[in-house]
Design a protein around this ligand. Structure first.
Ligand code: NAI
Ligand code: 6NA
Length: 483
């Protein structure tokens, strides 16, 4: 697999290189080796991308939804045909096991292109009859959208932002995370191959300042960020300068509540999916696992048994189910939290160490006897660290689950249907799960409340965030005035 891209950027329907920009080494997390190099966008490259997207707006918006949808669906088809190569590249970019990337990342991206490609023709206004007068509404594009991605799902994020944006008739300049720059270029290449006119979807590389320079440009009408809460606050503030539309998909410290009557095998599966999938680098993870006291030891015992099934190793090996952290920096951050958990008195049940191998690997780690005030229970770790907390009653569990500045996701395992829906109704979170965790079908809205974000990605809800309604009042008779 060639990991060195044709060039660093994809602008106006072609690859563009400018090596005068700051060098961004692409490091394979499984070995620590540099596997490619891209260059941060210079102001000239930023200008070239914004000018291309701005120039493409008129033609793309003038297409019918059916015509735009056809191109998005064609792009989805190409992604599915190339799923293997796109999955291998995603593994090189992120270190996530091929066992995961081959069924999640490009697939989820193709799903979003297919879904919004199908919706595009149905994005319409309405007619409101008012006696002899009437109002009709037009659902119009916002214009030029900027997408800014995080490093944990580079293909998916590039598509989850691009698909609804393009379906609504907008153009996009997308900047992937500097940590995982490779995959978004393929998304841009495939959209162009599928028939998107030059300039409709552009990808440029760069660190935070490049992202910042995109937001404040007068041609930009919307910004959609996936990233940390601190970055979200900066981006939101910068977008406010131009009263720009925003979507904020930020961090979390989500609760997973497991009651005595839960099916333990399923609850352990939920805890594993909500803490160790993608080596724990998932924003919506249920990293505060509240276990009712009656089943705490049974849960911990079964969890430890199931963790014996972890096969840590070369993520390109289809047999491997647990990969490295995305970077040495992230590995160090997570190790710092593990040390903090031990120092503050949490019980280390398993994991916590780097295995003796190259790359940024860390064992899946479980803490028990965690209390709400501990750092590992309050702060987002973004790594394979599960905190298990005990609780007695439903009321106590819900209150503690909600006692956080975040509000991204929340999950509950119980056989009591009334209690399950009571908990879902009570959770202060945008995305909830009952007897499951982290399912993310494109048909369902995804996003957070409180500090975890603004807006929703996927589902019909995304159309609201990538289009605007114009109301037109039509008077059919004469118009009187007081003078
Ligand atoms: N809610 C969600 O769907 C997700 C949220 N995240 C969050 O993202 C974090 C991990 O990803 P990172 O890439 O480390 O996040 P990050 O916040 O460091 O960077 C995210 C993106 O923002 C860009 N950026 C940084 N400063 C900027 C600025 N001032 N203006 C414009 N752009 C700027 C970065 O270059 C990067 O592309 C975690 O906190 C995680 O919770 C990650 C994935 C999904
Ligand atoms: C549940 C998986 C959704 C992916 C959200 C993220 O980008 O972390």
């Amino acid at each position: 697999m060639k990991t060195q891209p044709t060039a660093s950027h994809f602008i106006d329907g072609q690859y563009v290189e400018d090596t005068s920009g700051e060098e961004i080494p692409v490091i394979y997390p499984a070995t620590g080796e540099v596997i490619a190099t891209v260059y941060s966008a210079t102001p000239a490259i930023v200008e070239q991308a914004l000018a291309a997207a701005h120039a493409a707006e008129k033609e793309w918006a003038a297409m019918t939804g059916t015509e735009r949808g056809r191109i998005l669906r064609r792009a989805a088809q190409i992604m599915r045909e190339r799923n293997h190569d796109l999955s291998v590249l995603e593994t090189y970019d992120t270190g996530k096991p091929y066992q995961e990337t081959s069924v999640v990342d490009a697939t989820s991206g193709a799903d979003s292109l297919e879904y919004f490609g199908g919706l595009a023709a149905a994005i319409t206004g309405e007619h409101i009859q008012l006696g002899e007068d009437f109002v009709y509404t037009r659902r119009e594009p916002l214009g030029l959208c900027v997408g800014i991605g995080a490093w944990n799902y580079p293909t998916q994020i590039a598509c989850w932002k691009g698909a609804p944006a393009l379906a609504c008739g907008n153009t996009m300049v997308f900047k992937p995370s500097e940590t995982t720059p490779l995959c978004a270029l393929k998304v841009a290449e495939i959209l162009h191959e599928a028939g998107a006119p030059a300039g409709v979807y552009n990808v440029i590389q760069g660190y935070g300042p490049v992202g910042a320079s995109l937001i404040t440009d007068s041609r930009v009408d919307k910004v959609s960020l996936t990233g940390s809460v601190p970055t979200g606050k900066k981006v939101y503030a910068a977008a406010a300068e131009g009263i720009r539309h925003v979507t904020m998909e930020l961090g979390g410290k989500s609760p997973l509540v497991i009651f005595d009557d839960a099916d333990i095998e399923n609850a352990v599966s939920g805890a594993i999916l909500g803490n160790f999938y993608s080596s724990g680098q998932v924003c919506s993870n249920g990293t505060r696992v509240f276990v009712q006291k009656g089943i705490k030891e049974a849960f911990l015992t079964r969890l430890a048994e199931r963790l014996q099934g972890v096969k840590l190793g070369d993520p390109q090996d289809p047999e491997v189910n647990f990969g490295p952290m995305v970077s040495e920096k992230q590995l160090g951050i997570v190790e710092g939290y593990i040390a903090k958990g031990i120092a503050e008195g949490a019980r280390l049940v398993c994991g916590g160490k780097r295995p003796d191998m190259a790359g940024f690997f860390l064992e899946p780690t479980v803490f028990a006897d965690v209390t709400d005030d501990m750092t590992i229970a309050r702060e987002e770790i973004f790594g394979p660290v599960m905190s298990v907390l005990d609780f007695d009653t439903e009321e106590e569990a819900l209150a503690r689950a909600n006692d956080t500045e975040f509000g991204l996701s929340a999950g509950v395992f119980t056989r009591d249907l009334s209690r399950a829906h009571r908990m879902a109704a009570g959770f202060e979170a945008g995305t909830c799960y009952i007897n499951t965790y982290n399912d993310a079908p494109v048909e369902a809205p995804f996003g957070g409340s409180k500090q975890s974000g603004v807006g929703r990605e996927n589902s019909k809800a995304a159309i609201e965030h990538y289009s605007q309604i114009k109301g037109v009042y039509v008077r059919t008779g004469d118009l009187e005035a007081p003078f």
